[in-house]
Design a protein around this ligand. Structure first.
Ligand code: UDP
Ligand code: MG
Length: 328
């Protein structure tokens, strides 16, 4: 096992939190006794994040920086970061220190025991509303039902990936990246580490309700085709019901004649069927839209700036793999 660890941090407008995180991270890494480095990924921030990162890199020779050409979202930013790790394991942290860096030695310990995918499982979610907690728990339950890929509950991106787990993850180039699902799909020896999720050290959460809802949709459509099947069964059920009702109407007309009536029933049936059809179409549309974006085969992200770590040994193992915009 190469004893080498890269901490990957995706940051979007985290100018305030980054120095606080780095101050906590540094002593932890020093205490590990292995080769470590930190890769900060600026996900197209509009505040001072990049300047702050550059300052951190000047002060700390083990810091490398990557800047994306615009905001691509956390999942892609993480992918971009992990793509640059060519040696050793990678540890993913949130820039707001919600995933306590002090736990890294525990993750490394598990890695030494031979685990490949060591993920943090939140026991408490400090500073999060009841609504967020309830919706999160519901999401995990729905996901567990719908997805054949196991996705551990209450886990985020806080995890350590062994070199072979990293290599496996790198092969998954889909554009719609539901990272938790991708980590689960990769498999290998997985183990959880329970922790208390802290409140963020500074700034605000970037995930509002609408973003979380889309995130949930992303998860479901990326890992399950069951919603498509639901449309089929819904259709079948309606057809059977309609047939029964049709027989009833015909029998009634034969027995009692057919005075023109039944306008309300007809409206109800038409509207109901219209609704069912539109829902089914929408569901198909969700999948079709994703296929459309997938077949375009655009690159996942574009790199605007790359700054290798000052320490030469680190500079080499951590360098841009996809380099259309930056020289090695
Ligand atoms: N993040 C990112 N790109 C984005 C949104 C968020 O890189 O478009 C990063 C953010 O800087 C932080 C992490 O993703 O390091 C988690 O974001 P946040 O704390 O806002 O989410 P929450 O913890 O509230 O779920
Ligand atoms: Mg956070």
């Amino acid at each position: 096992m190469t004893e080498c660890l890269t901490v990957v941090v995706a940051a979007f407008n985290e100018a305030e939190s980054l120095p606080l995180l780095h101050a906590r991270l540094r002593p932890v890494l020093d205490g590990l006794g292995i080769n470590t480095r930190v890769l900060y990924v600026d996900d197209g921030s509009s505040d001072d994040t990049w300047a702050v990162m550059q300052r951190l890199a000047t002060e700390d020779a083990q810091v490398a920086l990557l800047r994306l050409s615009r905001n691509f979202g956390k999942e892609i930013a993480l992918t971009a970061g992990l793509d640059q790790v060519h040696e050793g394991a990678a540890m993913i942290l949130d820039a707001d220190a919600q995933d306590p860096p002090e736990l890294i030695p525990q993750f490394v310990g598990k890695w030494r025991e031979g685990f490949d995918n060591i993920y943090g499982r939140r026991e408490a979610r400090a500073g999060e509303t009841i609504v967020k907690r309830a919706s999160a728990s519901m999401f995990y339950r729905v996901m567990a039902r719908l997805s054949p890929t196991p996705i551990p509950e209450d886990t985020g991106d806080f995890r350590l990936l062994s070199p072979r787990a990293l290599a496996a993850l790198r092969q998954l180039r889909e554009r719609h990246r539901f990272m938790k699902g991708l980590f689960g799909w990769v498999g290998f020896n997985s183990v959880e580490i329970r922790y208390q999720r802290e409140a963020r050290v500074a700034g605000r959460s970037k995930f509002n309700f609408w973003r979380l809802w889309n995130f949930a949709l992303e998860g479901i459509t990326s890992f399950s085709t069951i919603p498509l099947r639901v449309a089929t069964y819904l259709g079948l059920m309606t057809a059977v019901l309609a047939m029964g009702y049709g027989l009833f109407v015909v029998a009634k007309a034969l027995l009692y004649g057919d005075p023109v009536a039944g306008w309300p029933t007809m409206m109800a049936v038409i509207l109901f069927l219209g609704g069912v059809q539109l829902t089914a179409l929408g569901t198909i549309g969700e999948y079709l839209g994703r296929m459309y974006l997938e077949v375009k085969q655009r690159p996942l992200y574009l790199v605007a700036d790359w700054q290798a770590a000052a320490e030469p040994a680190y500079a080499e193992a951590l360098s841009p793999a996809e380099e259309p915009l930056c020289a090695r």
